[in-house]
Design a protein around this ligand. Sequence first.
Ligand code: NAD
Ligand code: UDP
Ligand code: UDP
Length: 337
Amino acid sequence: SLPRKLPAQGGATKALSRLPVSPLRKERRVLVTGGAGFVGSHLVDKLIKRGDSVIVIDNYFTGRKENVLHHLGNPKFELIRHDVVEPILLEVDEIYHLACPASPVFYKFNPVKTIKTNVMGTLNMLGLAKRVGAKFLLTSTSEVYGDPLEHPQTEAYWGNVNPIGVRSCYDEGKRTAETLTMDYHRGAGVDVRIARIFNTYGPRMLIDDGRVVSNFVAQAIRKDPMTVYGDGKQTRSFQYVSDLVDGLVALMDGEHIGPFNLGNPGEFTMLELAEVVKEVIDPRAQVVYRENTADDPHKRKPDITKAKTLLGWEPKIALRDGLPLMVDDFKERLGVQ
Ligand code: NAD
Ligand code: UDP
Ligand code: UDP
């Protein structure tokens, strides 16, 4: 086996951290935590396509092996069943840290586990980044703005978050993850990036994920009524997954720490979203109203000036163009022609 020059455990200095882990390997070695999930698997596709070596670690809580099956057998791809709450030793150049359930249904299912994933999981990945001198990118969320009192939200807004509510395990968990990321940057010199991701949709979302786009699309295909929570006048801004993945890579490769909002500013009420789903899938689709969940943010729309200016990034795919791109995948998995 190859001799490996590793910085001493727990004590990577800045100078040491710039040493390549193995001088015999030239390609970039990238760790994607949560890489068997929806966003992670699309990110892995892009990284593999450009020639990176990719390691995925995932505990399959909301991810599926099927999402990365097409890379198994590629010597540049490695899939490890691992829970980020536990420490792990690996040698990589970059870490995209995505591991965390993103759908409210799943992150509320075991809220203490969600906090452990966000806090201990992020701590472990930052400890790993520090040890091997890897760049670290955190996928944070628009939920750090809570039920926002500023609209649209810029990165300078500190948010309006309930610390003791049913969503707190996720939004306060991500806020702590951002804090940890900045403290490892300031305290240990880790090269970090923070993305605040707004609602994203596309192929490979879990069909019964509980998020609004996957729910409406699956319901319209199954000829079930679309479940609108509350009065349906709350808004979200929906981004197609390939735009997000381009933004994540631009952020990692760029010079700026962030945080950066990564989202599509096109804002829709849930009733407007239902109309678009009707246009795209089935004009006869019906709507039924259900009680809304607690602490549901009333509106959400990113101001993406900062990402446009500093990363040269902006989304390209409007909702009406992106929705049809997930329909075939959903029909196939639902067994509908
Ligand atoms: P997802 O649920 O499809 O993917 C998350 C992945 O992480 C899954 O594969 C899951 O099995 C894995 N995971 C969860 N807990 C883990 C643990 N303890 N150890 C190892 N693996 C674990 O969600 P997604 O939509 O792909 O989101 C990816 C990231 O982006 C998440 O961090 C999420 O918070 C963030 N984000 C997503 C959105 C969105 O709209 N999709 C919006 C904001 C932020
Ligand atoms: N860690 C890890 N892999 C590594 C290095 C660290 O999982 O390669 C974990 C480590 O177990 C610890 C966390 O990351 O729980 C933070 O590590 P750090 O060295 O920053 O802190 P310390 O170990 O001194 O608490
Ligand atoms: N929602 C809805 N019907 C559904 C699922 C969700 O009307 O079947 C609403 C939900 O109340 C929220 C919005 O859609 O106002 C977005 O919810 P989602 O869970 O997709 O993401 P969030 O932005 O809340 O994390």
